[in-house]
Design a protein around this ligand. Structure first.
Ligand SMILES: Cc1ncc(COP(=O)(O)O)c(C=O)c1O
Length: 380
């Protein structure tokens, strides 16, 4: 039996989502843009999915646009905000996902965009005083900060950032790819301009996601083509993906508190077990529940020979996890997040990320395997 502790990379599809999607795949093949009955019936499925998503987030269906996933949604928010609002400055952080950072780098090269990356502390907390200082002197700004970091799990105080952005009239894009379906986002109450989602992070299908765009924001489309998504995204819709996304989000909201408690307990248990059985480990990022995404635990292991082999050895032992280490000086391979928080570059770090399908027994197996690897290492 293999153990899957890489749920921040992607999650297993929920059987109920799968069932819903296969029904659509089998029975509803019309093109939603067709005006005949086959098309209309599929259009209805898409609009029902949009209503479900909008209802769960407490927004209007007209504020939800389906995309191919988180990367497209992040690109759309940043690129189109800049183009539509003549934004000349973006404020972000060095620990954002590459969907944001590489987009900013590209826009700097191609369009001369100026962007500033806020300081982060050793646990991945963003310096919000610096955000406020920069905003005081920077009109027409887009702030792009993620809700939870996908590598270390540190959470952003999204309410505080939203209030700061409103105070200085800046647009706020929040990459919520790791938290959508994991926390209740009441966007009717939280002033934010864009949030993004990828269905595969919440037991939905890959290749589909959405962007929420606040109704006050009028941006141009990223993709041109047909009139789909109310002219905001050309291309025949990924119908079964969209239906699967809505079902996954619905299930996530139905079961949210139970899963939060269950998964947080697994994470707390793993922290205890690692502290007890593997000496000299530390944790990258925040680990206190109020400041840390409950699905992610990033462990910094003791220095070892052939640190690169740790993940490989776990894989051989039937454990799927991911990781990396901070870049050591002179190299640029490794994790930009761990580098930015100043994590040990000589010690291997592994991200274990959990879902509702994981168990305490699996945590025991993983910890005993890790213990064995380090005992073996000590005897070398
Ligand atoms: C925080 C964050 N943003 C964006 C993305 C991109 O999502 P996708 O790969 O579905 O396009 C990911 C995926 O890992 C992510 O973790």
């Amino acid at each position: 039996m293999r153990i899957y502790f890489d749920n921040a990379a992607t999650t297993a599809i929920d059987p109920l989502v799968f069932e819903e999607m296969t029904k659509v795949m089998r029975d509803h093949y019309g093109n939603p843009s067709s005006i005949h009955a086959h098309g209309r019936e599929v259009r209805t499925l898409i609009e029902k999915a949009r209503k479900t998503v909008a209802h769960l987030l407490n927004v209007s269906p007209s504020e939800i646009f389906f995309t191919s996933g988180g990367t497209e949604a992040d690109n759309m928010a940043i690129r189109m905000a800049l183009e539509s609002y003549s934004i000349n400055h973006v404020i972000s952080s060095p620990i954002e996902h590459h969907a944001v950072l590489h987009t900013l780098e590209e826009l700097e090269k191609s369009k001369g965009l100026k962007y500033s990356l806020l300081q982060v502390d050793s646990k991945g907390n963003i310096n919000l005083e610096q955000l406020e200082e920069l905003l005081q002197n920077s009109p027409k700004t887009l702030v792009s900060l993620m809700h939870a970091n996908n590598e270390i799990g540190t959470l952003l105080d999204i309410e505080q950032v939203s209030a700061i952005c409103r105070k200085y009239d800046a647009l706020f894009h929040c990459d919520t790819v790791q938290t959508m379906g994991h926390y209740r986002h009441d966007l009717g109450k939280l002033p934010v301009d864009f949030v993004t989602c990828a269905a595969h992070k919440l037991h939905g299908p890959k290749g589909v996601g959405f962007i929420y765009i606040n109704h006050n924001i009028k941006i141009k489309p990223l993709l041109f083509g047909g009139a789909q998504e109310r002219n905001m995204r050309g291309g025949t819709e990924n119908v079964y993906g969209i239906v699967g996304l809505a079902k996954a989000l619905e299930l996530a909201y139905d079961e949210m508190e139970d899963h939060q408690n269950y998964i947080q307990n697994l994470k707390t248990y793993m922290i205890q077990q690692i502290n007890e059985h593997v000496p000299d480990c530390t944790f990258n990022g925040e680990i206190v529940p109020e400041k840390s995404l409950y699905t992610v635990l990033n462990v910094c292991f003791p220095e070892m020979d052939m640190a690169d082999m740790l993940l490989f050895n776990l894989d051989i032992a039937g454990i799927s996890a991911s990781g990396g280490s901070a870049c050591s000086s002179g190299t640029n391979i490794g994790s930009h997040v761990l580098t930015a928080i100043g994590a040990h570059s000589e010690r291997p770090s592994v991200r274990f990320s959990f879902s509702k399908y994981n168990t305490k027994e699996e945590v025991d197996i993983v910890v005993s395997k890790v213990k064995e690897i380090f005992l073996h290492e000590a005897l070398r």
